[in-house]
Design a protein around this ligand. Structure first.
Ligand SMILES: Cc1cc2nc3c(=O)[nH]c(=O)nc-3n(C[C@H](O)[C@H](O)[C@H](O)COP(=O)(O)OP(=O)(O)OC[C@H]3O[C@@H](n4cnc5c(N)ncnc54)[C@H](O)[C@@H]3O)c2cc1C
Length: 309
């Protein structure tokens, strides 16, 4: 299976994105799953083969050695791993076992003129975009939202179960779901983002009303959640918060620092309102209004209500 992309992510939706990327790059894709039920979905998204690992541990990274052995045996070219907390740990271990190159948390992947893999990633808190060339086999971690998962239910592939040994040194004792306080912004189609331009917490009602009228979710900049505690931490967007890819991102009173923009740059349309015509948000926005959000927000809400009547 020389030239094959191997893919693993502990979140199936992320695995779908990585598999679709490999398939659209014309690669044979072999996905690794830890649950049988994930395999068919992986085939639909473009995996020619799915290896379902059967072992005695519930922790994905305990399969690092087993995965490294499989990658070597099957002649993998690249191992794409979803950049989740578990995925990053697993990827580092696999790269260590194989002595492969590793690049973490890339924002894009493409091939260069000499067939080398070219990766881009944000460094220094998002202030710099670094481009790197990767030669030889490599482990690469990719966060969610970078590629589109494309399913085709007519696709066929091979599903094979493989008995493997899991590392028994760390075992799962308990898993208790934490209730999310805010909406799941990662899947929101429309988001109204609020920033430090709001003077008082109760003024957020203006944005909430627009969001409700549009059927959008509310998101925010870090300061609104972390400093002022006006909204739950789940709702802040950016390099250290949520990564979103809505069809529409409307921002109000957000200056558009790079650490925020990193989280919204995959939005299809960004429209921004800021009182400062030099605010960096206007560089990232498709549409912008220089003005006072206290004036513009109610006008926008009224306009949307009128259209919906
Ligand atoms: C390591 C690191 C990680 C970070 N991660 C994140 C992150 O993930 N997400 C994030 O958001 N930030 C992050 N930050 C913080 C980031 O650098 C910015 O400080 C933050 O995004 C600014 O938030 P803001 O735009 O709401 O506030 P400000 O930068 O203060 O901007 C407020 C804006 O409101 C405008 N305004 C004021 N009054 C009005 C009005 N009446 N009408 C219209 N506009 C008005 C102002 O002109 C200004 O542009 C990070 C910083 C660091 C160092």
């Amino acid at each position: 299976m020389q030239g094959t992309y191997f893919v693993f992510a502990d979140k199936p939706a992320l695995a779908h994105e990585l598999i679709s990327f490999g398939a659209s790059a014309g690669k044979r894709v072999c996905a690794i799953a830890l649950e049988e039920g994930q395999a068919q979905g992986y085939i639909y998204h473009g995996a020619g083969k799915v290896l379902v690992l059967k072992g005695s541990n519930d922790i994905p990274e305990s399969y690092a050695k087993a995965m490294a052995t499989l990658l070597k045996k099957e002649g993998a070219e690249v191992f794409l791993v979803g950049a989740t907390v578990r995925g990053r740990e697993l990827a580092a271990r696999v790269a260590g076992y194989l002595d492969w190159a590793m690049v973490s948390d890339v924002s894009s992947l493409r091939y260069g003129e000499e067939g080398e893999l070219v990766t881009e990633r944000l460094m220094y808190g998002g202030a710099v975009l670094q481009v790197e060339a990767v030669r030889g086999p490599a482990v690469i971690t990719v966060p969610g939202g970078k590629f589109e998962g494309r399913a085709d239910e007519t696709r066929k592939g091979e599903i094979t179960s493989v008995e493997v040994e899991a590392d028994p040194r760390v075992v799962l004792l308990e898993r208790t779901p934490i209730e999310k306080q805010g909406a799941d912004l990662a899947i929101a189609e429309k988001i109204v983002g609020v920033g430090m331009g709001f003077a008082k917490q109760e003024d957020l009602k203006l944005a909430e009303e627009l969001a409700q009228t549009l059927g959008a979710e509310l998101g925010c900049s870090r300061g609104v959640a972390e400093e002022r505690k006006w909204l739950p931490a789940d709702l802040y967007i950016g390099i250290s918060g949520a990564t979103v890819k809505p069809r529409l991102y409307l921002s109000f009173g957000i200056s558009g620092q790079v650490q925020h923009i990193v989280g919204v740059r995959d939005a299809k349309i960004i429209a921004a309102v800021d009182i400062n015509e030099n605010a960096p948000i206007f560089q990232a926005a498709d549409y912008g209004i220089v003005g006072d959000l206290y004036e513009i927000l109610p006008l926008l809400t009224a306009a949307v209500k009128k259209i919906k009547q």
